[in-house]
Ligand binder design. Structure first.
Ligand code: 6R9
Length: 649
């Protein structure tokens, strides 16, 4: 690296050697440019096995709900498991599982197929039929992937709920999707200790519920209470008749629901279907991550509870027949070199992670990864939030030996698969920018009126044409789907992100333009956390902002006003500090630990406009330690001075 940091490092063109072997070649862009629908039809036919070919590529007559590969039929689980065995690759490892305590499993495609068939049988025995919903609440263990594929095998719709979410969050997601069965575990390992999951499920399915059966994987062996609905996973699989037959489902058969934060308090059940989703997941995993299934070892560090885990652990890599690493725990257990140790041990060649993790590793120091042999690495990827050029350069220099291409992939739960990214064998890389839509996708940056902005200007990120893995809606709420994504600009999908087009035409995603925060690459809604805060007895009103944070990108900062009757009780510093800790824990319990505010500031007033809208922009200034900006539209302009004076006390 140079002595004085170059403000705009790069661009870095691919080496000739890399380009020569790359899966994604420049011809992709030409093909997609010449005939977009024919291009997608080709991807669908070449990458997937259909039991019945489709007769129409796209039906957009019910816009904005698309139908892709109309008339086609397939089985998603067969595409991710059985067919690789049939092709003679049954002995290839599908998943190298590494548990946090150090236990390992090498699961071949033959093993995976068998375990999925048995799990599908257990679901059937539990009364699950095609179209029924199954909630999956598991740690990062192979059963998470196996359960998802077991659902797909029999046409059931999975709804994976991140294991870090609370019982309350699980309950609302179960209720919204009316799940019939829950798949969970006694617990998982987290930071060197067993962390229980089953008690949260017990709470979530207590009282009135749609859930008829709970299947419990034994992972930690800790004591759990087994009630009437509960059955051990192993016993259920043992007793069940494996589902060996491969049933065909329509290309538009529902595959999963995944909840994500919106601008209102109620999480949105993003709904995806089969043929188009799997096509784009497989295609992007192949051409963006440059996966060569017979030689590469791929590792995506996401949790299956997020869309990244769905598309780039379960569906994309397994559809491609790749070998991947799956790791249960945190990067610093038992030591801060754990990830690099796994890379060296398993000879990981493609490593896909999040900027927040990269920045954390930077903080721990480059001596740690330098102790390990990372020479197997040849492609690096980033997802979840903008990656700052410093982190990009560190990632490439320290983890990628100064050579590995980095693919900065922009996409969303809603888009289902990668939408923008450089192609590692084609694009000259610009650190910090997702650069351009992948071939087949039409993204644009537009102004308030929906006109493309010229180079050098900023605007809103939109997608102009339907794409195969696009969401088909919000579960049970078509109107909300149309309002949220299709009302801001006519005939264009509005992603909720701001973006800039630089002088060379590269697109830089700037972050959300709505009330959604991005903490460590996880989406959180300000209003959801605000509702959690006001549900506490002492809180009258709350305002939450995402403040810039060096490691997590954004951090949750909350401003609360206490109820009249509580004020006196918390006038003293010590009592107030105790309350602040209690409120943090309260949010953690209501939503999940990731939503815990970094800071809770007790204030007497909140800055509001005359129409009563909280001016979060001003609170953000305070949370980020700046002098508050223009406060002239406040109903009471002295409020900001009061807040700042109060905080200095
Ligand atoms: C895959 C995923 C989506 C939001 C998205 C944007 C941000 C994701 C990004 C990025 C800049 C990238 N985001 N990738 N911003 N550069 N490469 O993260 O899905 O959890 O739904 O979040 O994340 O703000 O709108 P999801």
């Amino acid at each position: 690296m140079s002595e004085t940091p170059d403000p705009t490092p790069g661009p870095f063109p691919p080496s000739e050697a890399f380009t020569a072997q790359a899966v994604g070649q420049a011809s992709l862009c030409e093909d997609a440019g010449a005939d977009r629908l024919a291009f997608w039809a080709k991807q669908a036919r070449e990458r997937l096995t259909w039991s019945k070919d489709f007769d129409e590529v796209l039906d957009w007559s019910d816009a904005p709900v698309a139908k892709w590969f109309v008339g086609g039929e397939l089985n998603v689980a067969y595409n991710c498991a059985d067919r690789h065995v049939e092709a003679g690759n049954g002995e290839r490892v599908a998943i190298h599982f590494v548990g946090e305590p150090g236990d390992e499993q090498a699961i071949t495609y033959a093993d995976l197929t068998e375990r999925v068939q048995r799990a599908a049988g257990a679901l059937r025995a539990a009364g699950v039929e095609a179209g029924d919903r199954v909630a999956i609440y598991l740690p990062m263990i192979p059963e998470a992937v196996i359960s998802m594929l077991a659902c797909a095998r029999i046409g059931a719709v999975h709804s994976v709920v991140f294991g870090g979410f609370s019982a309350d969050a699980l309950r609302t997601r179960i209720a919204d999707g009316e799940a019939k069965v829950v798949i969970t575990a006694d617990g998982g390992y987290r930071r060197g200790k067993p962390s229980a999951l089953k008690p949260d499920v017990d709470e979530a399915v207590s009282g009135e519920t749609s859930v008829q059966r709970v299947l419990v994987v034994k992972r930690t062996g800790e004591d759990v209470t087994m009630g009437d609905k509960d059955m051990w996973w192993d016993e259920a699989l043992e007793a069940a008749e494996p589902v060996v037959e491969v049933e065909s489902f329509d290309a538009e058969h529902p595959l999963f629901i995944l909840y994500t934060s919106g601008t209102t308090g109620k999480p949105k059940g993003i709904f995806h279907t089969s043929g188009g989703y799997l096509t784009q997941a497989a295609y992007t995993n192949a051409v963006v991550h440059d996966v060569h299934p017979d030689t590469d070892v791929y590792w995506c560090t996401a949790d299956v509870g997020w869309i990244t885990g769905h598309s780039y652990i379960t569906y994309g890599p397994l559809a491609n027949g790749a070998t991947q690493v799956m790791y249960e725990g945190t990067p610093d257990t038992p030591h801060q070199g754990r990830w690099w140790e796994i890379i060296a041990d398993k000879k990981v060649s493609i490593f896909y992670t999040a900027p927040t993790a990269i920045r954390t590793c930077m903080k721990w120091g480059e001596e740690i990864p330098q102790e390990y042999d990372l020479s197997s690495i040849r492609v690096l990827g980033s997802v979840g939030e903008p990656i700052n050029p410093e982190a990009w350069m560190w990632f490439r220099d320290v983890i990628g030996a100064g050579e590995a291409p980095i693919v900065d992939t922009w996409w969303q739960t809603e888009t289902g698969a990668i939408m923008m990214s450089p192609l590692p064998g084609v694009t000259a890389l610009v650190p910090g920018s997702a650069q351009a839509p992948v071939p087949g996708i039409t993204a644009d940056v537009v102004d308030e009126e929906g006109r493309s902005v010229p180079n050098g200007e900023s605007g809103y990120l939109v997608i102009r044409d339907p794409w195969p893995s696009m969401l088909r809606g919000i579960w049970g709420d078509r109107q909300r789907y149309e309002d949220t994504y299709w009302s801001r600009f006519p005939d264009m999908y509005f992603a909720g992100d701001g973006a800039k087009r630089d002088e060379d035409g590269n697109i830089w995603v700037l972050g959300r333009v709505d009330d959604v925060m991005n903490v460590s690459g996880h989406r959180l809604s300000t209003s959801e956390i605000e509702s959690a805060l006001v549900s506490h007895d002492t809180v009258a009103e709350a305002a939450v902002v995402g403040a810039a944070d060096e490691t997590t990108g954004q951090a949750v900062c909350a401003f609360v006003i206490l109820r009249e009757e509580s004020r006196e009780n918390y006038a003293e510093d010590a009592a107030r500090e105790e309350l602040v800790q209690e409120l943090r824990t309260h949010v953690g319990r209501q939503i999940g630990p990731i939503a815990k505010p970094r800071q809770v500031l007790v204030v007497d007033e909140l800055p509001k406009t005359r129409s009563g809208k909280i001016m979060r922009r001003l609170l953000k200034d305070v949370a980020e330690g700046r002098e508050a900006g223009d406060a002239t539209t406040l109903a009471d302009p002295s409020v900001m001075a009061q807040i700042q004076a109060g905080l200095k006390k």
